[in-house]
Design a protein around this ligand. Structure first.
Ligand SMILES: Cc1cc2nc3c(=O)[nH]c(=O)nc-3n(C[C@H](O)[C@H](O)[C@H](O)COP(=O)(O)OP(=O)(O)OC[C@H]3O[C@@H](n4cnc5c(N)ncnc54)[C@H](O)[C@@H]3O)c2cc1C
Length: 555
């Protein structure tokens, strides 16, 4: 790539995850010359998005309409604001990003992706159902659209376009280049400096060596930081853990690869950037230890349907409306108040077959591999093979024919035998009696009836209401659930052009940010909580915005 004006490129992008790739392709489309610097080897190209389930928040889509769902921008914005709970002075930009993002999700997002070749699985999922009231947290309607090909399917057009950009001499990707410092001239960011790391044959997602073999310095008219969040850095997660969620868990699983190290945030802060909402994070409470791990402390999230009985470490049922899939952070708060880091699902074989989905591209070979034949098995063929594999090999699963044996197995898995068979039996027998009528006082059973009125849930996500102690529905299954780190909701404060702001609220000249490092836009467009499927979409939207704005600025 030839340099002009002493620059190595027009724009440098730090991080080859989804946000970085989107920004780079927008820049190349606008005729700008781009260098992407990435600390990992080429095998990990695409970052976290490769491992993702590829679930995207779309509003009023044809897929929703075909399933009888009536949705609108106004309903989605109400849901977003009730979920975000913006209440801080520094929420001004995040709030504006939220409004712009919901408009994107209700507007151009779907057609833009389709035009890039991305296709959508026709059954729409219903994540984060809330359960508090119409203006409280949660999706009023199903909006979680899984892309055909899962995460790799979302990445594919951007990887292809980066490759085309490389062939045309517009984009250069420098792997094993780790940025340590942003350079500035006269207050304007004009480059990056860092270490060249030794070549690595580490497989995708596994930790790569940090041995330094050289240094580099690159100059450009602008820099876009797209370096991801902090989820693999448990020290940082604990450091910024909010008091409202209780004490930080002693034991956590990692839902992200080790490169999600949060290191770049400190580097950008030293250059003068403002970081906001560090205490806002999105961690799951349905984490299970991966029996076949790729990265260290690798946990997988169960995306649960509504039927499993959710118990705390003592075997007490969680309060209404903390049912599976209703309120992730409300449940996390409740669990941390119990003084234990873990909780339990108790369910039946019938429920696991219908309701257990595992998040992650590698856990969904049917959708990732774009196989309709395999996918039809979800409706007719019992539990998907990866779920069965966890049931057999997973360290957190107990499978037994009787409740007494189940309780024995649960108690054997923990340091203290906290589950009392008599108390749990009383709870389950009482719950089972509530299934005798089509109406009842148990709000979870009512929620299951409600879910089954939605065609998508009835087809593949929600088991028929049945008695947990019915031997025909068995065997009984207990799953010990851990806290699993995943998304960082706060980050670099940006304006609606993706320009990074200083502490005085003014743009830091030459610097842009997008994706998870920027709280998916603005420094935290989700506020306190998320509606789900909004992270990949946040990378697409903010990467596009920052790429276009930087392209215009360096014209
Ligand atoms: C298993 C899993 C399932 C998920 N499922 C979904 C889903 O269904 N829907 C959804 O919306 N979201 C989902 N997500 C979240 C989503 O994938 C991420 O939020 C998103 O991909 C983040 O993209 P990013 O580009 O911001 O960051 P990343 O993908 O983390 O990329 C950042 C890149 O920057 C590099 N980097 C960092 N620091 C430096 C440095 N100093 N120098 C050079 N390079 C650096 C990193 O190595 C990395 O490659 C999931 C995530 C996971 C892990």
């Amino acid at each position: 790539m030839s340099s002009s004006g002493g620059y190595d490129a027009d724009v440098i992008v730090v991080g080859a995850g989804l946000a970085g790739l989107v920004a780079a392709t927008e820049l190349a489309d606008a005729g700008r010359r781009v260098i992407i610097v990435e600390q990992e080897p080429a095998a990990s190209f695409g970052g976290q998005a490769f491992w993702s389930l590829g679930g995207l928040f779309l509003v009023d889509s044809p897929e929703q309409r075909r399933l009888g769902v009536r949705d609108s921008y106004d309903l989605a914005l109400d849901d977003w604001m009730g979920t975000a709970g913006f209440d801080r002075e520094e929420d001004a930009w995040p709030r504006r990003w939220a409004e712009a993002y919901v408009a994107f999700a209700a507007g151009e997002k779907r057609s833009w992706l389709r035009q890039l070749g991305v296709r959508i699985v026709p059954i729409v999922g219903w994540a984060e159902r809330g359960g508090y009231g119409a203006i409280g947290h949660g999706n009023s309607v199903p909006r979680f659209h899984i892309m055909w090909g899962t995460g790799p399917g979302v990445l594919e057009p951007f990887v292809r376009r980066v490759r085309e950009g490389e062939a045309q001499g517009k984009i250069v990707v420098k792997f094993r280049h780790r940025v340590n410092h942003l350079s500035t001239s006269g207050g304007t960011v004009d480059g990056v400096q860092g270490d060249v790391l030794e070549p690595s044959t580490a497989a995708r997602g596994t930790a790569s060596s940090r041995v330094v073999v050289g240094e580099f310095a690159l100059k450009a008219q602008a820099v876009i930081v797209t370096s991801g969040g902090i989820g693999a850095n448990h020290d940082l997660v604990r450091q910024y853990w909010p008091r409202r969620l209780g004490v930080p868990p002693q034991q956590m699983l990692s839902g992200v690869p080790e490169h999600v190290d949060g290191r770049m945030l400190g580097i950008v802060e030293i250059a003068g950037a403002n970081i906001i909402n560090r205490d806002r994070m999105w961690h799951y409470v349905e984490g299970i230890q991966n029996w076949n791990p790729i990265w260290s402390q690798h946990g997988i999230r169960i995306l649960p349907g509504p039927s499993s009985l959710w118990l705390d470490a003592h075997g007490r049922r969680l309060p209404v409306p903390l049912f599976p899939g209703f309120d992730t952070l409300g449940t996390l708060q409740h669990i941390m108040e119990t003084g234990y880091d873990y909780s339990w699902f108790v369910l039946t074989q019938k429920i696991i077959e219908r309701e257990f989905a595992l998040s992650g591209s590698e856990q969904n070979p049917d959708i990732t591999g774009k196989s309709w034949r395999m996918m039809l098995g979800r409706a007719f063929g019992g539990a998907p093979a990866p779920v069965e594999a966890f049931k057999t090999h997973g360290a957190d699963f107990v499978v037994e024919r009787t409740l007494a044996d189940l309780v024995r197995g649960m108690n054997a898995l923990t340091d203290e035998p906290l589950i009392d068979h008599t108390a749990l039996e009383r709870e389950i027998v009482a719950r089972d009696r509530q299934t005798d009528n089509a109406f009842c006082k148990d709000m979870q059973i009512n929620a299951i009836h409600d879910a089954r009125r939605y065609l998508g849930d009835r087809l593949i996500r929600t088991a028929k209401v049945h008695k947990l102690l019915d031997p025909a529905a068995g065997p009984l299954i207990a799953v010990r659930l851990h806290v699993l780190t995943r998304k960082t909701l706060g980050g670099l404060q940006t304006d609606l052009s993706g320009r990074v702001l200083r502490r005085d609220g003014q743009p830091l000249p030459g610097l842009y940010a997008a994706g998870e490092v920027a709280g998916f836009g603005g420094g935290g467009m989700h506020g306190y909580r998320a509606l789900e499927g909004t992270f990949l979409g946040g990378c697409l939207f903010s990467g596009r915005v920052a790429g276009r704005a930087a392209a215009a600025a360096v014209a």
